[in-house]
Design a protein around this ligand. Structure first.
Ligand SMILES: [Zn+2]
Length: 214
C-alpha cells in the first residue's frame, strides 16, 4: 500500500480541492506549453524561506534552486557532480530566464556552521563543512571581528555570502555574456524570517535596503 505521512496527504487533499481547482487551467496550459519562468531563485533549503511563499508565486513562475546556505559555487567544468551548476545551466541556456535572484535569510544554519568551525561534523562525510568552505575566507574574516555580536556576525556573513554567490555566478561564461548583453539581470535579497522583512541588494553599493512597496 502506498503511504506518505498523514500531514502530507492532508496537505495534498487541500491542494487538489483548493489551489489546483482554482488554477487547473494554468496547470493544464503549463503541461501543454511547457514551463517558461522568467526568474530563477537560488535559496536555502531552510523550511522557513520558501521562495514560492515569500513571492506569492503560482505554478510555472519561479525556477527554484535550493541548497544549504543558498550558495553558488564558482564555474568549475571539471567533470565532477555539480548540481547547482546543472540547474543554473538549464535555467540560463534552456529556459533563458531573465533574472537570477540569490536569496539568503536570517538565522541560516548553514551560515552558522560556516562561522562555527569548532563544531564537530554531523557525519563522517562532513558534506556541510565541505560545502560551506566555499565561503571560508569570508567566514574567517567575519569571525575575527570582535566588535560585532554573534548575531551581527551571522547577519553580516549571510549578506556577504549573497554577494559572493553573485560574483561566482558571473564566473559562468553563459551568465556573464548574457548579463553584458543586457538579457540577464542578477539580484541579491535577504529575508528576515522573524519579521517577514525582505531586504534587497543595491546594485551600485552592494548594501541591502528595504524596497519601497506600492
Ligand atoms: Zn539557510
Amino acid at each position: 500500500m502506498p503511504h506518505l505521512p498523514d500531514h502530507l496527504l492532508a496537505g495534498y487533499r487541500n491542494f487538489m480541492n483548493g489551489r489546483y481547482l482554482t488554477e487547473s487551467g494554468r496547470y493544464r496550459e503549463l503541461a501543454r506549453e511547457g514551463q517558461a519562468p522568467e526568474t530563477m531563485i537560488v535559496a536555502c533549503c531552510d523550511s522557513r524561506s520558501a521562495p514560492e511563499a515569500i513571492f506569492d508565486a503560482g505554478p510555472g513562475e519561479l525556477f527554484v534552486l535550493r541548497n544549504v546556505g543558498n550558495l553558488v559555487p564558482p564555474y568549475e567544468p571539471d567533470g565532477e557532480f555539480h548540481s547547482t551548476s546543472a540547474a543554473l545551466e538549464f535555467a540560463v541556456q534552456s529556459l533563458k530566464v531573465k533574472n537570477i535572484v540569490v536569496m539568503g535569510h536570517g538565522r541560516c544554519g548553514g551560515i552558522r556552521a560556516a562561522l562555527d568551525t569548532n563544531a564537530a561534523p554531523l557525519s563522517p562525510g562532513d558534506f556541510i563543512g565541505k560545502w560551506m568552505s566555499l565561503i571560508a575566507p569570508a567566514a574567517e574574516t567575519v569571525s575575527a571581528s570582535t566588535f560585532m555580536t554573534a548575531t551581527e556576525r551571522q547577519t553580516a556573513l549571510e549578506r556577504i555570502s549573497i554577494r559572493y554567490s553573485l560574483a561566482n555566478l558571473r564566473t559562468f561564461p553563459c551568465v556573464s555574456i548574457l548579463e553584458t548583453k543586457g538579457r540577464l539581470s542578477l539580484h541579491g535579497a535577504w529575508f528576515d524570517i522573524s519579521t517577514g522583512e525582505l531586504w534587497v541588494m543595491n546594485k551600485e553599493t552592494g548594501d541591502f535596503e528595504r524596497p519601497v512597496l506600492e
